[in-house]
Design a protein around this ligand. Sequence first.
Ligand code: PEP
Ligand code: MN
Length: 348
Amino acid sequence: MIVMKPTATPQEVQAVIDRVESVGARTHMIRGDELTVIGAIGDREHVARLALDGTAGVDRVVPILKPYKLASTQIKHGERSVFEIGGRKVGGGNFVMIAGPCTVEGREQTLETARIVRDAGATMFRGGAYKPRTSPYAFQGLGQEGLRLLAEAKAETGLPIVTEVMDARDLEPVLEVADVIQIGSRNMQNYTLLSEIGRSGCPALLKRGLSSTLEELLMAAEYILKEGNESVMLCERGIRTFETAYRFTLDLMAIPVLKQMTHLPLIVDPSHAAGRRDLVMPMSLAAAAAGADGIIVEVHPRPDEAICDAAQQLPADEFAGYLERVQAAAAVAGTTLWREPVTTGALA
Ligand code: PEP
Ligand code: MN
């Protein structure tokens, strides 16, 4: 990591980039509010031999000892990542509420849910068109038709769309609709898929694998970041433990610990962790109060009729009350939900 002086000129920055690349290393520019940092990825020895300390414009050269580099807090000097998705800010004190059904099941179910969560103040709309199902005999999602319905929901509500891609072969049609691509837990270590999503430049929501460590999660994020895609949200969605009373164990400790490890925003998924509706509220409140940058939650107009994850989806008519309480918990941690600016019409 090459930290440039605040007074470094663009020519000096370019000269350092050229030298680093001349020894076969790749560079990543990170421009913070005050500092410009150049990440050099390649053979440490080759870069060290350039003796960049003392070069014009260079303040200091610092090795990053962690295996994850671009995801590390060190590379941003403790600054949090903040990025924009469809006009909504993510990270750095902005709390996002991503809500919607587990699966896009049909037109009415999708549009009805989108309208309700938008009116209640959700930041983005979620819904799966391609579903990772434990059983190959279970409903696998509507695919292209599901994407079309998501596009309709977006056109009607203005909510950015979060949807999963399971296979790189489906990436192109998904990119036409998605504002955020979800990478499911089961795909967290699908490295070719991660690299493809990195190259696409589309913001990503990377879910933690069922049995993955935080370091493995950050190494997976690194695959996306290294392609130049900086808009990565991490997602804690419960991990497998010996406990059988609920589906997974929501690892709330991951929130403060990841904040120490990485500058990337962290979203919590209480729905898939719990597998049960009654646990969604308490876990959401705890996650928001612990400093999560947002929540992704499943909401359905008639959960009992849901094709998948029926037991955990919140009834849509309870969503407004739910969001109000989560917002209060987020305020405790100093984060604020984005609200659409109220338009008061031509006479305002
Ligand atoms: C989902 O969010 O729809 C999902 C399947 O989650 P996960 O990959 O965390 O199981
Ligand atoms: Mn689900």
